[in-house]
Design a protein around this ligand. Structure first.
Ligand code: CAA
Length: 388
């Protein structure tokens, strides 16, 4: 087995690491406090070629493989989960979804602009009454002449406040559920510019536990018209479009969680070397060593699972099970790592003078969004058992 990165994968890793450590990490605390990410960071990501990294060159991208994308997310996640989350939604959930399901006209219209960041994308699936049960969505798309008229409500839409382009999921045939017994059968996906009349958005109410620099929107569709040419994938294929996109998004979240776990390990090693108590560095104490060893083992295992899922995607294989395993394990490993990191830093870990309290708050989000840990277990179990 060869674990060596290729020259181009190493290049992406170095580029992302330099950007994450030099440009993102120094801003992370301020972004968390202000609750926003500066526009300049998004622009730099576009200029460096990160936003379009995995897009084919003919659409203005860098032609990265899935492993390179995972390496990029790992480095961004190590510096700041909100920045990594912004890119995962834009690139994995939106651009890659259009690449997989879009017509040639849709690809040419949107992908180059998404790659250079002149369009930002968001993915509108979650609703107040349809979180884990995504197929239970209540948004409707009613055919009227050549247009669909979309009504409904979406919540927790990352990038929703600033996006120019939305992938919107709505049910165009609610009666299909009765006819077929499968409630996802009427769902369609649409590509909708966010300046379309009837597209309304506002910031999510309340203050999030973590991911505070992310842009989370509450979106309302009021008689919003989308032409039939806006369909992404075929009529009634929307749920498959959503699930296939989430296979990519979840790999991004898994890689981001690996980055958070690595950041916890880095912070703990540094602190264990420098913090002195009882006349010696705390790293000399066996309980601290055990905590470090447990985090290191978790980080290594998470890394292998994330890289395996990426490698499988690069082989063109379906990697739904392996992606869910990677997301489940990496997010839970990072929760354990952040929990230990706050404890190991003692009182300092409880203050935002050190970044570990942010890791601790942010990582709970990764365990929830793009499919909770419960949903990942369901996906894995179904892949093992098959459907009855
Ligand atoms: N790829 C392609 N197709 C898939 C698929 C995949 N990974 N997974 C399922 N499908 C297909 C199935 O083959 C099935 O197709 P058929 O019509 O041929 O039968 C169809 O989709 C329905 O599948 P299920 O019967 O398994 O569907 P279900 O209703 O039981 O749901 C679920 C399964 C795994 C629970 C799913 O609902 C799920 O993943 N829920 C979590 C949703 C989630 O992650 N939400 C977060 C979104 S993030 C967001 O909106 C905010 C943001 O900004 C990011």
């Amino acid at each position: 087995m060869d674990f060596t990165l290729t020259a181009s994968q190493s290049e992406v890793q170095s580029l992302a690491r330099a950007f994450a450590q030099n440009r993102v990490a120094p801003l992370a605390r301020e972004m968390d406090e202000r609750g926003e990410m500066p526009l300049s960071l998004r622009q730099e990501m576009a200029v460096l070629g990160l936003l379009g990294g995995p897009m084919p060159k003919e659409y203005g991208g860098g032609g990265w493989d899935a492993a390179s994308l995972a390496l990029c997310y790992e480095e961004l996640g190590r510096a700041d989960s909100s920045v990594r989350g912004f890119m995962t939604v834009h690139t994995s959930l939106v651009s890659q979804c259009i690449l997989q399901w879009g017509s040639e006209e849709q690809r040419q219209t949107y992908l180059p602009q998404l790659a250079r960041g002149s369009l930002i994308g968001c993915y509108c699936l979650t609703e107040p009454n349809a979180g884990s049960d995504a197929a239970g969505m209540e948004s409707t798309a009613t055919l009227d002449g050549d247009d669909y008229v979309i009504n409904g409500e979406k919540i927790w839409i990352t990038n929703g406040g600033l996006a120019h382009l939305a992938i919107v999921f709505a049910n165009a045939d609610p009666s299909a559920a009765l006819r077929t017994g499968r409630k996802h059968k009427g769902i369609c996906a649409f590509l909708v510019p966010t300046d379309t009349p009837g597209f309304h958005r506002e910031k999510m109410p309340g203050k999030e536990l973590g991911h505070r620099a992310s842009d989370h929107a509450h979106i309302l569709f009021e008689n919003m018209r989308a032409p039939a040419t806006a369909l992404l994938g075929g009529r009634g294929e929307g749920f498959k479009v959503a699930m296939a996109a989430l296979d990519g998004g979840r790999l991004g979240v898994a890689a981001g969680a690996l980055g958070v776990a690595q950041a916890c390990l880095d912070a703990c090693v540094d602190f264990a070397r420098t913090r002195r108590q009882f006349g010696q560095r705390i790293g000399n104490f066996e309980m601290i060593q055990a905590a470090l060893a447990d985090i290191a083992a978790d980080v290594d295992a998470a890394r292998l699972l994330v890289y395996r899922a990426a490698w499988l995607r690069d082989q063109g294989a379906k990697a739904t099970r392996e992606t869910s395993i990677a997301k489940l394990f990496a997010t839970e490993a990072a929760v354990r790592a952040a929990n230990q990191a706050v404890l190991l830093h003692g009182g300092r870990g409880y203050s935002n003078e050190y970044p570990v309290e942010r890791y601790y708050r942010d990582i709970k989000g990764l365990q929830i969004y793009e499919g909770t840990a419960h949903i990942q277990r369901i996906v894995i179990a179904r892949e093992l058992l098959g459907r009855e």
